[in-house]
Design a binder for this molecule. Structure first.
Ligand SMILES: C[S@@+](CC[C@H](N)C(=O)[O-])C[C@H]1O[C@@H](n2cnc3c(N)ncnc32)[C@H](O)[C@@H]1O
Length: 385
């Protein structure tokens, strides 16, 4: 694996995080589940990937998300946001707002449409990113900054729209190996100061989920994949908070049958470092992103068990076209090449099946919403979940 070398300062931060990880493993008796390792690698204050100072998003970072590609994503999403606000309450909470680009572009577009929400809350685990979000919004839509506030924890009650783009994939996952003798949890130990994989029999809720998956998806011995109990718990928590409104979640992933397909025998765990994707989570902890695809069937099951209703599930491409992506594109005349060409290129990235169009999905789960949602009027794939 040939990756661009990090700076000395970055290596020193990663070494400090490795010492912290090793200490946690030691304190836990020599082994932690991978979910715990991933949580510390991403979110340890000051040192974790999302909680430290690395750039992360965009061309100068490690990966590019839809809002970073250009404003067309937020401008189009605004149509669905506006409908949901009208059907519930004029309030948005964005979870995991990254650089703040989506918040800034969405607020600008909703203002243009005369449909500004009364408040835009941001729930963000990383203090470093909270500050970056504030700067992005202040630079981009300074007059709207007063509508934005940062939440310290989940609210007790909420009516309105809860938005999360590429957040579920950044939540910790357990690793499970299905063997002839049962399901094992793959965790992390240390040998001579190096992180190593060690499997232990799975137990509790993880074992229940692993056994149910083995029965449903006929997983062969040696099959390795992820299960995210964190995503289940997060969706259930929001279900308890939501009065009237919806969760609109956008991420890469599949329905369960496709996720746990026998040919995907080594799971979906992926690391991103300077636009290179690889599968080595022990490489420079704190300097690289660690993600897993989303099992959207699990998202629906967790939501519905906690009182939410599935309102729609579609590919990002279908969703954006349903929300008027072509109209957003048509705002810029093709004769204005200097603006049209970058816009057309960003739209292509969002919808092309070879880029984000098919792999990325949009799911809406809600309460008290009875009208069909704009984004799912054509091409709804709820039946595949
Ligand atoms: C891959 S980034 C996506 C950022 C942004 N939404 C975008 O599309 O550019 C994941 C984000 O989710 C945040 N995050 C992950 N889990 C979270 C949670 N449970 N609550 C709040 N934020 C979370 C991370 O700190 C980070 O900002």
């Amino acid at each position: 694996m040939l990756l661009p070398p990090p700076t000395a300062a970055a290596i020193s931060c990663s070494s400090a995080l490795c010492r912290r990880l090793a200490a946690e493993i030691g304190a836990a008796g020599g082994w932690v589940g991978f979910d715990h390792f991933m949580e510390l690698a991403l979110y340890t204050p000051g040192l974790g990937y999302y909680a430290g100072g690395s750039h992360k998003f965009g061309a100068a970072g490690d990966f590019v998300t839809a809002p970073e590609i250009g404003p067309a994503f937020a401008q189009t999403l605004a149509a669905q946001a506006a409908q949901l606000l009208a059907l519930s309450a004029p309030r948005i909470v964005e979870v995991g707002a990254g650089s703040g680009q989506l918040a800034a572009d969405l607020l600008r577009e909703l203002e243009l449409r005369g449909l500004l929400p009364e408040s835009y809350g941001i729930l963000e685990l990383s203090g470093e990113l909270q500050e970056r979000q504030r700067q992005t919004i202040a630079a981009s839509v300074p007059h709207l900054l007063r509508r934005v506030h940062w939440l310290e924890r989940l609210p007790e009650y909420f009516d309105g729209l809860v938005l999360a783009n590429e957040v579920l994939d950044a939540m910790p996952v357990h690793l499970v190996v299905w063997t002839t003798t049962g399901a094992a949890e793959r965790g992390v130990s240390t040998v001579d100061g190096q992180f190593v994989w060690v499997d232990r029999p799975a137990s509790g809720r993880l074992l229940e989920r692993a056994q149910a998956l083995a029965a449903e998806c006929a997983l062969p011995p040696g099959y390795l994949s992820e299960i995210s109990l964190t995503v289940d718990a997060w969706v259930a928590e929001w279900a308890a908070i939501l009065g009237r409104g919806a969760l609109l979640l956008i991420d890469y992933g599949f329905p369960r049958r496709e996720y746990y397909h026998w040919q995907r025998a080594t799971g979906t765990l992926m690391c991103h470092y300077r636009h290179q994707a690889h599968a080595e989570p022990f490489y420079l902890p704190g300097l690289q992103d660690i993600t897993a695809h989303v099992d959207f069937t699990a998202v629906v099951e967790a939501g519905c068990a906690a009182g939410l209703e599935l309102l729609g599930y579609s590919t990002q491409s279908n969703f954006l076209f349903n929300c008027g992506l072509s109209d957003v594109l048509a705002r810029t005349p093709a004769t204005d090449a200097s603006h049209y060409l970058p816009l057309a290129s960003s739209v292509n990235k969002l919808v092309s099946p070879a880029e984000m169009g098919e792999l990325f999905k949009v799911i809406a789960l809600g309460k008290g919403i009875t009208e069909p949602l704009l984004g799912f009027v054509r091409g709804d794939r709820s039946a595949t979940l």
